[in-house]
Design a protein around this ligand. Structure first.
Ligand code: DX5
Ligand code: ZN
Length: 228
């Protein structure tokens, strides 16, 4: 189980302190949302910010590219310190080339999917990616409500992983909080990206411990160790 606070919900006036706060919290990853003002109706930050916070922590950097043309940014984010780069399946015919470009940069590949897009669209790529990022809100803004209609996509991703003996992470992103995270875990998610719910707590470490305990307890039965 991976807990990944999303820096989008941090106080941008003190990004360095916020990054150090995540570092001390016991979280597994830092999620970094990149918005280009075109793929989504918002702009966040770019490689310079990622590079600036990179020396402040050894946490795994999970870069989520909500961008129409991620190809122009991949090298810059790789140099800035990304460990994984997630591109969107909605980019259609460009997806295969983007996957190979990320691999050629020596980084892990994630494939993100928006709520209105059918899960069948990711199926051709399952054996080529390290992670699926199932969007549980329409991307662009933090603090939105979880869209429950996305739960069957998590179940399908989990079923395919078992059936095909693959090992991609199943991440959920958007509206993930103390109530919805365990519901996602029960459906088969193992990576929990959470912005508002975690950063809204005074004690981020306690919030990470709480969400971890809840998702561990809600794991699908098939994930529990077999008893003899
Ligand atoms: C949404 C972003 C999310 C966002 C989640 O466009 O991709 O990563 O930071 O924020 P919350 O947890 O506030 O919904
Ligand atoms: Zn994200």
């Amino acid at each position: 189980m991976f807990i990944a606070p999303s820096l989008l919900a941090a106080n941008f006036a003190r990004l360095a302190k916020e990054t150090e706060r995540v570092d001390r919290s016991g979280a597994d990853r830092l999620h970094l949302d990149i918005m280009d003002g075109h793929f989504v109706p918002n702009i966040s930050f770019g490689p310079a910010v990622v590079k600036t916070v990179r020396p402040l922590t050894r946490l795994f950097f999970d870069v989520h590219l909500m961008c129409t043309k991620p190809e122009i940014l991949l090298e810059a984010f790789a140099r800035a310190g990304a460990d994984q780069m997630n591109i969107h399946v909605e980019l259609g015919e460009h997806v295969t080339a983007l996957i190979w470009k990320i691999k050629s940069l020596g980084k892990r590949v994630g494939l993100a999917i928006n709520p209105p897009t059918a899960i069948a669209h990711v199926q051709p790529y399952l054996d080529q990616v390290d992670a699926l990022l199932i969007m549980t809100v329409n991307p662009g803004f933090g603090g939105q409500s979880f869209i429950y209609e996305t739960l069957p996509k998590i179940q399908q991703a989990y079923a395919w992983r078992q059936e095909k003996n693959l090992n991609y992470d199943i991440g959920v992103d958007g509206g993930v909080d103390f109530k919805t995270a365990p519901e996602c875990a029960q459906a088969g998610a193992d990576t929990f990206i959470s912005g508002t719910a975690l950063f809204g707590q005074k004690n981020l470490g306690a919030a990470v411990r709480k969400i971890r305990k809840l998702v561990e307890a809600a794991k699908p039965k098939a994930l529990l160790p077999e008893t003899a």
